[in-house]
Design a protein around this ligand. Structure first.
Ligand code: PMP
Length: 354
């Protein structure tokens, strides 16, 4: 069977070259006569992978030695707990922006660690927009936001100026657009969208923010400082996801970096949103100004066309277009690795529905 047009929200499409090279590494890594899966994480071949996987993130984000890069297990969801555990002071307070199910998950966990104020929320409007009229002052230990809301298809276009540390869950749009990454004190992202396979989470952290909570006797596995002091090898890292992530980031770097990826992403998103806007039968869920470049969540205005549309996109070789179970409708995830040709196939199918 030929390759499908994969609009899955994650795990999702990665560059074909990454699939190829990681398959080769599973059979014979670096020509050493051993699989990547059967060598020690302390071997020189894997330590080189981890070192480069950490270094390339700083190059792509243009960050200096004041930042550290970690590859951890536990998914982005573990970071919902690790972030407050490491930077919410004992007796302190954190500010969170509630822009969707994942943001709400982060809020729920942070509340188990300390005080949390939700400074803005679009929950009442089914998360159809990004709240903007809020202020975050120095009374908070940090501000937490979610840059891209994978389910609803909304994205923060302008990050607020806050008077405290800036923490961001970039799981679903990391490396998709140029940002001043030095504005952030802590960034985390599950790999399984723009970065690699599921099983590893990237954490980028400004070192100076650690060790200030007054929390004693921390669990070592949950302590960023422990992971940093062991160069992201405090325990056995998820070796295959780290390697595949490195391949994905090398592919990005070799193809014009984030700037070129952003250009491609803008072109793909424009093609799809223009089609939706010009089509009498489709509409997006969210406000135009907050539309995501990564996840295009949309629905049919006339549900009687559902059967016809579903049959048409499936027979065109499209996969992964169903919306998240909490929203319904459709979601076209157009991550870095998805070619514009796949978007064109979807657009042609949409235009065939009258
Ligand atoms: N944050 C965002 C923005 C997400 O999209 C997701 C999952 N899709 C998560 C967090 C949770 O990630 P994980 O499944 O890796 O814990």
């Amino acid at each position: 069977m030929g390759k499908k047009h994969n609009f899955s929200a994650g795990p999702c499409i990665l560059p074909q070259e990454v699939f190829q090279k990681s398959a080769e590494a599973i059979l014979d890594f670096n020509g050493i006569g051993l699989s990547l899966l059967e060598i020690s994480h302390r071997s020189k071949d894997f330590v080189a992978v981890m070192d480069e996987a950490r270094a390339i993130v700083k190059r792509l984000m243009n960050l200096g030695d004041d930042y550290e890069v970690l590859y951890l297990g536990g998914g982005a969801s573990l970071q919902f707990a690790m972030v407050p555990y490491n930077i919410l002071k004992v007796g302190g307070k954190a500010a969170y922006l509630d822009t969707g199910v994942w943001a709400a998950g982060a809020i729920k966990e942070a509340k188990k660690v300390g005080d949390v104020d939700v400074v803005g929320s679009s929950k009442e409007d089914n998360y159809s927009y990004i709240p903007k009229d809020y202020k975050v002052g120095s009374e908070y230990d940090y501000f937490h936001c979610t840059s891209n809301n994978t389910i609803y298809g909304t994205q923060i276009k302008e990050f607020p100026e806050v008077d405290t540390l800036m923490v961001c869950d970039m799981s679903s749009d990391i490396f998709s657009r140029q940002l001043d990454f030095s504005k952030f004190d802590l960034i985390y992202a599950g790999a399984q969208k723009n970065m690699g396979p599921a099983g590893v989470t990237l954490v980028v952290i400004k070192k100076e923010i650690l060790g200030k909570t007054g929390r004693e006797n921390m669990f070592s596995i949950l302590d960023y400082s422990q992971h940093i002091s062991k160069e992201s090898m405090y325990n056995t890292p998820p070796v295959f996801p780290v390697y595949a992530t490195l391949l994905t980031l090398q592919h990005l770097e070799n193809n014009g970096g984030i700037a070129a990826a952003e250009e491609r992403n803008i072109a793909k998103a424009k093609l799809l949103y223009d089609t939706i806007d010009n089509h009498p039968l489709f509409e997006t869920y969210c406000r135009d100004e907050d539309r995501s470049l990564m996840n295009v969540s949309f629905k049919l205005i006339d549900d009687s066309k559902k059967e016809e549309f579903d049959a048409a996109w499936k027979s065109a070789g499209i996969s992964g277009l169903n919306g998240h179970r909490s929203l319904g409708g459709y979601r076209a995830s157009i991550y870095n690795a998805l070619p514009i040709e796949s978007v064109q196939v979807l657009v042609d199918v949409m235009n065939s529905i009258k």
